[in-house]
Write a protein that binds this ligand. Structure first.
Ligand code: CA
Length: 229
């Protein structure tokens, strides 16, 4: 899940991004509204966290422009104070939810999860592929009832493949939703993580779930596949 975090205060942005990354989200940071809009139109974000108080265009204006341009990613607005006008204006501008500063990080996480869950087809609580279960709320994975220990990034990659189980997922899609803007398209990082997941998820199992489609991408499925490498 890739999040765009729009916040101009560097220390707040860094702290929030760090916390979100620890929860296995990929996070890009934009420090002003224009940059945020430019990034949101280029990248396919799963969620946008938008501070209201920004230099230049404020969060309300940014949100209106996103919606006017047909961008439907859920927006969580961060308001400076718990003022009714701010909340109303935020929701009117097309935000899906708001949180008043100062807030507890755990509450921010809960709101993020709730907003992502509103798209149930994309974000069910438990995704099952064969005997693999991905528990998206606890970010916990089991295979045949055995717990699998994954790092935050390994989990994020597996969850993304699981959400699109049965489909061939391209490296570009993986890079867009699991990595952030620091992703180097010439690196082998996705291949490396796929290998790690194979070791943890498939090794010793009679049925392999993670498949490679050369030149196309990867596929998570419990159905037997005829072409595989
Ligand atoms: Ca701010």
């Amino acid at each position: 899940m890739r999040i765009l975090l729009v916040e101009d205060e560097p220390s707040a942005a860094t702290m929030l991004a760090k916390g979100l990354r620890e929860e296995s989200y990929a996070v890009d940071i934009a420090a002003d509204g224009e940059t945020a809009l430019a990034q949101a139109f280029v990248n396919d974000y799963d969620l946008i966290i938008l501070d209201v108080v920004l230099p230049g265009k404020d969060g309300f204006k940014v949100c209106r422009e996103l919606r006017t341009n047909g961008l439907s990613a859920p927006v969580l607005m961060l308001t400076a104070r718990d003022a009714v006008e701010d909340r109303v204006e935020g929701l009117d501008s097309g935000a899906d939810d708001y949180l008043s500063k100062p807030f507890d990080f755990e509450e921010l996480l809960a709101r993020v999860r709730a907003l992502l869950r509103r798209r149930p087809a994309l974000y069910p609580e438990v995704i099952t592929v064969g005997n693999l279960s991905v528990h998206t709320r606890a970010r916990h994975v089991t295979r045949a009832g055995q717990s699998i220990d994954l790092t935050a990034k390994e989990y994020a990659l597996l969850e993304y493949l699981a959400r699109r189980a049965g489909e061939v997922v391209s490296r570009t899609d993986i890079a867009e939703h699991v990595w952030d803007e620091s992703y180097d398209p010439f690196s082998k990082v996705i291949e490396v993580f796929i290998q790690r997941l194979r070791r943890k998820v498939d090794e010793g199992q009679p049925l392999k779930l993670i498949h490679t489609r050369r030149g196309e991408g990867y596929l998570l499925t419990a159905k037997g596949t005829d072409v595989d490498d």
